[in-house]
Every structure is written in C-alpha cells, then in structure tokens.
Design a protein around this ligand. Structure first.
Ligand code: UVW
Length: 321
C-alpha cells in the first residue's frame, strides 16, 4: 500500500509542475522517494553497490578476453592544463633537488601536489560523491556519514580493485562522426543499435564504456569541454542501470548529457547511477586508441586511490586484450 501511495505521489510530482504563470509544464524526471529506493537490491546497510559484482569468477571471465597481451591506457595525463569543473585544480610544485651530503652524492627529487585529487582528471566516482537532498546511496544520511576528515560511510577506500569485462559502446562510430554534437542526448535506441552493430550484448557486472568522441577536446578546447557535453540521458541511464553494470564510463566530463535538456535538472544521471542504483561512474576517459583500434571487448582493470573517506579518486584504468 505504501509503495502504491509513493508511486502515485512520485508520479504526481514527476508529471506536472505548476508554474507561476498558471501553465502546466511537463517535468522529465524526479528522484524517487527513499521508501521507493531503499534498501537497495544489495541489502540494507550495503556500501559496495555495483562493487559487489567483484568476485573471482568476474576476474576470470574478464581475463579470458585477453588474447594478445596488449595494454591500452585509458587515463588522461594529470596536469594543471587539463579541463577542470568549477574550482577544481591540480598544481604540481616540484621540490627541487636535495643533494645528500654523503660521498655517493645521492640527489633526491619530489613534488607537492595541490589538488582535489578525488575529482580531477580521469576520475572514478564513489557513492559519497552525490546525494538526493541529505540522503546518500542506500539512504545513509549526510549528517551520519560526513565529517571534516572525510566520509565515515561510503568512502572510496572501500572500493578496492575492480577487474571486469569492459564493453566499448561506440556511439560516435554508430553516427558516423568523430565527435557527437555538444548537446547530443544518447538514447536507449542508440545504445541498442550500437551494440547490435558491434555484435555484443551487455552482461551483469560489465564496465560499460561509452565513446562520444568528446575527449578529442581534452587539452585542446577545455572551455568547450567543460561547458557542455554529449552523453546519456535519463532514459538511457535507467536502461543501463537495469543491465546491472559494475560501472558506466565515458570520454566526457560527467558521462551524462550536460547541461541536461530539462533546465530544472542538475546532472540527474549522477543521482540515478550513484545514489539510486549504486553504480559507479568513470569520467574523462581517454578512449581514442580503443575507438581507433575498434577494441570493443576487453578486460578493464582499475583501482581507486585509497583516500580515506574520499568521494572519488583520480584513476589510470587500463584495457587489456
Ligand atoms: C562533473 O564534473 C560534471 O561531474 P563530477 O562532479 O562527477 O566530476
């Protein structure tokens, strides 16, 4: 009964919004209530979400795809000249050579990096990264999880190594372009057509990697790269979440279409994936080589930095084939 009431309430909220003008305007998406999304399918108090797919069988299944031994790097180089979202930064201050006084003349070099290390470069989003109001994945409350020293729940240090089958879904190739237009919304039909064209089917636990071509702008037109981007819309995200992946990644800043075509929404796919379904996101991937060589099925390997209580981590994933 409670579920039916929630459904009706969500629908009423989702379907209509009354504007000051008195006109009714369709609203495209509304976050579900806590009762409708918690506990998640992984169980009350679960903090691993799609990371629960990591099992020895998952690793062996992925490694069966390794035929040539070729390693393709999917991480962008970290530098102060990469595109940044908002006030994020990455500054390297080289601490110049310290020459030790001993007779063997051992010189020592190191650097101080000033950065928002969880959320720059090719980055992995953990579940502490996003909320719906004051509520995180599995309805953990911000007030119970967040401290000045990091998150006591859902911290990225708990994710560990992820090794799984990676599937490149090449939407740019499907459309016959090098790069999708800035505000192109990737639809369910696009994904289904691309998979059919590539003769591939998604499996639970996959790393779903979407090639938009937008990564071509990285380091060349940073302003354009962060201003907008083609990516999956709400319908495609909900469809992908039903396929039960370990993560969804792309060669753009936020995986999703940005800004959202509905101006009332701010990055709803972040909420759909991270908060509602507990599926990790992988942003700013370097996919040019995978796409050029048509490597569409491979073993994906990554491990987020063990930042205690962190919301995410810069990462350097690799594809093995
Ligand atoms: C964007 O930068 C748009 O997303 P995130 O906060 O996940 O990095």
């Amino acid at each position: 009964m409670r579920t039916v009431t929630n459904l009706v309430l969500s629908c009423l909220l989702a379907c209509t919004v009354f504007l000051a003008s008195g006109k009714v305007q369709a609203q495209t998406w509304q976050p579900p209530t806590e009762a409708a999304r918690c506990p998640t399918k992984w169980g009350a108090n679960d903090q691993r979400g799609s990371g629960n797919h990591m099992k020895p069988e998952t690793v062996l299944h992925a490694l069966k795809l390794v035929q040539t031994g070729e390693v393709i790097e999917l991480g962008q180089v970290l530098s102060s000249t990469m595109p940044f979202f908002g006030t994020r930064r990455f500054d390297v201050h080289t601490k110049r050579t310290f020459m030790n006084p001993q007779t063997n003349r051992r010189g020592s070099n190191e650097e101080l990096v000033v950065s928002e290390i969880g959320q720059v470069g090719t980055q992995f989003d953990g579940f502490a990264h996003q909320t719906i109001g004051d509520s995180l994945y599995n309805c953990f409350k911000l007030g119970d999880a967040a401290t000045r020293n990091g998150f006591e729940k859902l911290g990225v240090e708990n994710v560990g190594a992820l090794i799984t089958r990676g599937v490149l879904i090449d939407i740019a190739a499907l459309k016959g372009v090098e790069m999708l237009p800035d505000n192109y919304e990737i639809t369910v039909q696009d994904i289904e057509q691309a998979l059919a064209r590539q003769k591939l089917k998604l499996q639970p636990g996959d790393a779903v990697i979407i090639h938009t071509g937008y990564g071509k702008l990285w380091g060349k037109d940073n302003a354009r790269y962060v201003k907008a981007s083609p990516g999956i819309g709400v319908a495609a995200a909900e469809w992908l979440a039903k396929q039960d992946p370990m993560l969804v990644g792309a060669d753009n800043s936020s995986v999703e279409i940005s800004p959202n075509p509905d101006p009332k929404l701010s990055l709803p796919i972040h909420q759909i994936m991270l908060v509602i379904n507990g599926i990790h996101l992988l942003e700013n991937l370097k996919l040019d080589q995978l796409a050029a060589q048509r490597v569409q099925e491979f073993a994906l390997i990554l491990q987020p930095l063990k930042i205690q209580g962190g919301t995410g981590s810069t990462v350097a994933p690799i594809a093995l084939r």
